[in-house]
Design a protein around this ligand. Sequence first.
Ligand SMILES: Cc1cc2nc3c(=O)[nH]c(=O)nc-3n(C[C@H](O)[C@H](O)[C@H](O)COP(=O)(O)O)c2cc1C
Length: 190
Amino acid sequence: MKNDSILVMNGSPSGSTGNCAVFIKDLQKRVKSAKLEVVHLAETKYGPGLKKKISDSSAVVFVTGTYWDSWGSPLQRLLEQMTELEASPALMGKPCAVFVLMHSVGGKSVLSRLQGVLSTMGFMIPPMSGMVYSLVSDIALKAKTSHAKDFWQREDAEMIFENLIKAIQMKVQWTTWPVDKKDPRRKWFR
Ligand SMILES: Cc1cc2nc3c(=O)[nH]c(=O)nc-3n(C[C@H](O)[C@H](O)[C@H](O)COP(=O)(O)O)c2cc1C
């Protein structure tokens, strides 16, 4: 079983000093069955090194906060830059998981839209492979409410990794639609 190359990409603008970085440290403690390699996108340039890490990984985990209803700017920049990998063997069918932090609102939309983008690029979204964790839940869960099962909780990260690792074992020859590999930035509006 090759679970040992899961790449965790931190999309937070605060990189290694933010809440997402602490959340990732918590993930590293919880997930015993795989070694997680962490990349703080705010502190990392997109280039051959990062492309190789993406390509060599068995799965990719995206972690981001919610910033004005969207994901972090370092993650947006990565998505723009890695457009060249769309539909390539580096991504096709590669399982991914998404973790979104927020204070109170907007995170579920970030999760769903990000999963949509990742699927369109070629990643595989396993069932129950994404969650949102909020400051509001963090406070509410201290009250030991009977509603707790309906709240995403820190422990849910463990079953998300279980699903991710199961998805790594799947071997499917996916078919790709044709992608225009010419410069996506070229002018079309005249
Ligand atoms: C500029 C900025 C915008 C934010 N916008 C939202 C938001 O729209 N909704 C929300 O619930 N939380 C929002 N937050 C809170 C962050 O999503 C939350 O604190 C997250 O854990 C930040 O992670 P980080 O410290 O790694 O960046 C915002 C925080 C910042 C700094």
